[in-house]
Design a protein around this ligand. Structure first.
Ligand SMILES: O=C(O)C1=C[C@@H](OP(=O)(O)O)[C@@H](O)[C@H](O)C1
Ligand SMILES: C=C(OP(=O)(O)O)C(=O)O
Length: 427
C-alpha cells in the first residue's frame, strides 16, 4: 500500500492504541496459567495476532466475546500431544524470543519460524544459552528457523543482556513456570530495562513473584499459586505508538490521547519528559495527555533503554530549533529495519541534516520538503514519515505503508481523524 500525506494541522481526541508489548506478555502468561484468562482492551495488530496464534497452536482456546478475549488453557506443557510441531511467530521479535524458552519446557521437539524482517534478525543468543539448559538446538547459523528439543531444565546461568531484553523476558517466564528450587539468572549489561519491569508486572498479575537486584541478578522461586482460577487482565494503552500522536500535537496543533497510564512501566512513557525538555506544552491529567503546538527547541535524550522512541523523537528533533542529540544508536541495528539507516534515509530525502557519531544521532531543525520515501518495511519508520509530513512544504508519499499493521493497524485512520488529508492507494 502507498500512502500520500498532505501537510496539515492536527486537532482531536483519540483513544490510545493498545500496547502489543503488554498484550503479547499477557498471552504468554495465559498459556502458562491453568485456567481461564479474560483479556480486556485486547489488541488487533499483527504482533498481537502472532501471539494469539502461537498460544492456539500450543493448545489454548481463544474466544472473542463482546468486550474481551476469553482464553482457556490447561497449562503448559500440555499433557496431551500438541497439534503443531512448527510454531509460526509472524514478524514479532518479542513473540519469537519470549515463546522460544517457553515451548522448550515441553518434551516435544518444536520448530519455531517466522517471516518478513524477522528472518533477518539474529537469534544466536539461543545457540549459546539453550544447551546450558539441556535443550537441543539447531538454528540456521544463528537465524530462524530454530529446532528445539527440550525439556528445558532451569539452572543458575549467566547471560548477556546487551542485544535484547526479550531473551530475558522469555527465560523469566520459562524459569518461573518450571523451577522446583530457587534458581538465579545473572545478566550482564542489560538494555531496555523497563521492558523487564513490564514482564515482571504482567507475571506478578498472574501470580509469579521474581526479585532482582539492580537488573543484574534475577532470583526465581518455585511458583506456589498454581490453582486453577479466572484471571482478568486489562491491556494498557501503548506509549510507544502514542508517542507519534503526541509529537504530531507538539509540532502541528492539538492532540489529546485518552488511556495512557503515567505510572506505566513502559519505557516509552519517557516521551513526556522529552517533550517537556523540548518546550512542548503538555498536560498530564490521570490517563489523559494533551499536547499543544509551541515553539520547540533542541533536546538531548539517551534512548538506550527506550529504543522505540528513536523514530518519533527524530520527527520531534527536526521540528526543534537547533541541533538535538539522541543517544543509543547501537540499539537500532536489529529492529524491523536498521533504524539509524532508515531514519537518515527518509529525513535526508525530506531535506533534513542528520548525522551519526558513535552512539549518538544529531538532528538539525529544518523545514522539510515533500518527498517519496519507503518505510523500509518498518512500522515505526512509516509512522515517523507520516507525522513528519504534517510540516513538510508539500505532500509526502510513503511506499510499503502497510508496515504499520505490525503494531498499529488503525494508525492512518486515527491520523485522518485528527484532520489530516490521507490517501491510501493499493498498488
Ligand atoms: O519486550 C518488548 O516488548 C520489547 C522490547 C524492546 O526490544 P529490545 O529489548 O530488543 O530492545 C523493544 O524495542 C521492542 O519493540 C519491544
Ligand atoms: C522492535 C519491535 O518489535 P519486536 O522486536 O517485538 O519485533 C518494535 O515494535 O519496534
Amino acid at each position: 500500500m502507498q500512502v500520500t500525506v498532505s501537510p496539515s494541522t492536527v486537532s482531536g481526541i483519540l483513544n490510545a492504541p493498545v500496547s502489543k508489548s503488554a498484550m503479547q506478555r499477557a498471552c504468554a502468561a495465559a498459556l502458562l496459567h491453568n485456567g481461564a484468562t479474560n483479556l480486556y482492551n485486547f489488541g488487533n495488530s499483527n504482533d498481537d495476532k502472532a501471539a494469539l496464534n502461537i498460544i492456539q497452536q500450543l493448545g489454548v482456546t481463544v474466544k472473542e466475546m463482546h468486550d474481551h478475549l476469553s482464553i482457556t488453557s490447561n497449562g503448559f506443557p500440555p499433557t496431551q500431544k500438541i497439534n503443531a510441531t512448527t510454531i509460526h511467530c509472524g514478524e514479532s521479535g518479542l513473540s519469537f524470543r519470549m515463546f522460544a524458552p517457553i515451548v522448550a519446557t515441553s518434551v516435544m521437539p518444536i520448530t519455531l519460524t517466522g517471516e518478513g524482517s524477522l528472518v533477518k534478525r539474529s537469534m544466536s543468543f539461543f545457540d549459546e544459552v539453550m544447551p546450558l539448559l539441556h535443550v537441543g538446538i539447531q538454528s540456521n547459523n544463528g537465524f530462524l528457523p530454530l529446532q528445539l528439543k527440550g525439556p528445558l531444565v532451569a539452572d543458575d546461568i549467566i547471560i548477556d543482556g546487551s542485544m535484547s531484553s526479550q531473551y530475558l523476558t522469555g527465560l523469566l517466564f520459562a524459569f518461573a513456570h518450571t523451577v522446583t528450587s530457587t534458581k538465579t539468572i545473572t545478566v550482564n549489561n542489560l538494555k531496555s530495562k523497563p521492558y523487564i519491569d513490564l514482564t515482571l508486572q504482567v507475571m506478578q498479575h498472574f501470580g509469579y513473584q521474581i526479585k532482582h537486584s539492580n537488573y543484574q541478578q534475577f532470583i526465581i522461586e518455585p511458583h506456589k499459586n498454581k490453582a486453577s482460577s479466572t484471571i482478568n487482565y486489562l491491556v494498557e494503552g501503548d506509549w510507544s505508538n502514542a508517542a507519534f500522536l503526541l509529537v504530531a500535537g507538539a509540532i502541528a496543533g492539538d492532540v489529546t490521547i485518552k488511556g495512557l497510564q503515567p505510572t506505566s512501566t513502559q519505557a516509552d512513557k519517557a516521551i513526556v519528559t522529552v517533550l517537556r525538555s523540548a518546550n512542548a506544552t503538555i498536560n498530564v491529567d490521570n490517563d489523559v495527555i494533551a499536547v499543544h503546538k509551541s515553539d520547540l527547541h533542541a533536546f538531548e535524550f539517551d534512548a538506550t533503554d527506550a529504543p522505540d522512541l528513536f523514530p518519533p523523537l527524530a520527527v520531534l528533533a527536526v521540528n526543534c530549533k537547533g541541533t538535538s542529540v539522541i543517544k543509543g544508536v547501537h540499539r537500532l541495528t536489529s529492529k524491523e529495519s536498521d533504524r539509524a539507516v532508515a531514519i537518515k534515509d527518509i529525513f535526508t530525502k525530506m531535506g533534513a541534516s542528520i548525522w551519526v557519531d558513535n552512539d549518538a544521532m544529531y538532528i538539525e531543525g529544518a523545514t522539510l520538503q515533500g518527498a517519496t520515501v519507503h518505510s523500509h518495511h518498518d512500522h515505526r519508520i512509516a509512522m515517523a514519515a507520516t507525522v513528519a509530513a504534517l510540516k513538510a512544504s508539500s505532500t509526502v508519499i510513503i511506499n510499503d505503508a502497510a508496515a504499520v499493521n505490525k503494531s498499529y493497524p488503525t494508525f492512518y485512520s486515527d491520523i485522518a481523524k485528527l484532520g489530516v488529508p490521507i490517501i491510501e492507494t493499493y498498488i
